[in-house]
Ligand binder design. Structure first.
Ligand code: NAD
Length: 354
């Protein structure tokens, strides 16, 4: 089980070190993990003048899974676009062909008060958003800015999905739903968009192969509303790149803390890129206070999706629950009455709970 570890910038190295601690603990127990580090983002630029050094992509391509921290920093913001840290992230996602982005939004009972919504609306929430990551209006051609017949500038993009692209993301979502609560909601805008009409047809057809999963369809505007009105009605949500971009950020805020949310981006096999959903948090970098739990939970997703170690993944998630129940909190989730701990103390506590 070869893992490429790419800490990146800002708090990246701090939070990744804690996830590595958890993986090392599992390795000592006998899990055959092999970890190798490489620079990405600003760290890649500093080391080799490229946010995705060739050696880093080679390592990631040859590994079974990639654990990534975060990229970005003020000192890189004035670089030409191809050299900026974010390009490293976009290129590695594309380079690895990871088209299925899985983002769980889970509200731990201990943290329900941190949500922007009332605890009774979000308590016990457990949603998985499956977002298509490599197609749609973000990549469709043609796109550009041109002069129209009246000599006025106009901007245009192309929303585009092929049947095969829809089919492969639908399979990922149906399989995930079959392993969870057995409910899948496909989100589109089929009342207006042709792309969505095809999306709905193909998802429905794929659904016939999963008779045990209950499939429903919802327009994206309604989904945006239902996510804040009654989010617990959802189990798994599948949607395209743009709708998923927006809805997954909305869903993440139901949980209250960006420092708690993991993600997985998967290819057609079992390879995945696992990273917390937050950025490099330059405002707290180097202070040892960042929350490492999103990264540790990303490592748990890696054990589940790339290495089929469901039991071990659940054990890591259970350990995270346990430290929260013990009242341990990093600064982002701290509240009166809880014990504030550092990044390192939180990692150590998870290892101890394991
Ligand atoms: P951010 O997610 O880095 O930070 C937003 C806020 O949340 C900050 O106040 C930060 O301190 C806090 N925060 C984030 N993660 C935390 C954690 N684990 N523990 C405690 N607090 C945490 O977003 P931003 O400030 O908009 O962006 C900062 C940099 O990160 C930029 O350079 C941006 O481009 C980059 N970025 C990278 C990624 C990525 O690598 N996937 C994603 C988003 C932003």
């Amino acid at each position: 089980m070869k893992i490429a570890v790419l800490p990146g910038d800002g708090i990246g190295p701090e939070i990744v070190a804690e996830a590595v601690k958890v993986l090392e603990a599992l390795r000592r127990e006998g899990l055959p993990l092999a970890l190798e580090q490489a620079p990405i983002g600003g760290a890649g630029y500093d080391a080799c003048g490229d946010p995705l050094p060739e050696a880093t992509l080679r390592l990631a391509a040859s590994a079974d899974a990639v654990l990534l921290g975060a990229v970005g920093g003020l000192q890189y913001d004035l670089l030409p676009r191809p050299q900026r840290p974010e390009q490293g992230l976009l290129r590695i996602r594309k380079g690895l062909g990871v088209f299925a982005n899985l983002r769980p939004a889970l509200v731990y009972p201990e943290l329900a008060a941190a949500s922007a919504l009332k605890p009774e609306v979000v308590s016990g929430l457990d949603i998985l958003i499956v977002r298509e990551l490599t197609g749609d209006i973000y990549f469709g051609q043609p796109k550009g800015i041109r002069n129209n017949a009246k000599g006025e500038r106009e901007g245009f993009d192309t929303m585009l999905y092929s049947e095969s692209e829809i089919r492969r993301i639908a399979h990922v979502a149906f399989k995930a739903a079959a392993k969870r609560g057995g409910k899948l909601c496909s989100v589109d805008k089929a009342n207006v968009l042709e792309t969505s009409q095809l999306w709905r047809e193909v998802v429905t057809a794929v659904g016939r192969e999963y008779p045990r999963v209950e499939l429903s369809h919802m327009y994206v505007d309604n989904a945006a509303m239902q996510l804040v009105r009654a989010p617990r009605q959802f189990d798994v949500v599948v949607t395209g790149n743009m709708f998923g971009d927006i809805l997954s950020d909305e869903a993440s805020m139901l949980t209250g803390s960006i420092g708690m949310l993991p993600s997985a981006s998967l290819d057609a096999g079992s390879k995945g890129l696992y990273e917390p959903i937050h950025g490099s948090a330059p405002d707290i970098a180097g202070k040892g206070v960042a929350n490492p739990l999103a990264t540790i939970l990303s490592a748990a997703m890696m054990l589940r999706y790339s290495f089929a170690q469901e039991k071990t993944a659940a054990r890591v998630e259970g350990a995270v629950r346990k430290v929260l129940a013990q009242g341990l909190r990093t600064v982002d989730i701290h509240e009166p009455g809880s014990r504030q701990v550092s990044t390192r103390e939180m990692g150590d506590a998870v290892v101890a709970a394991l």
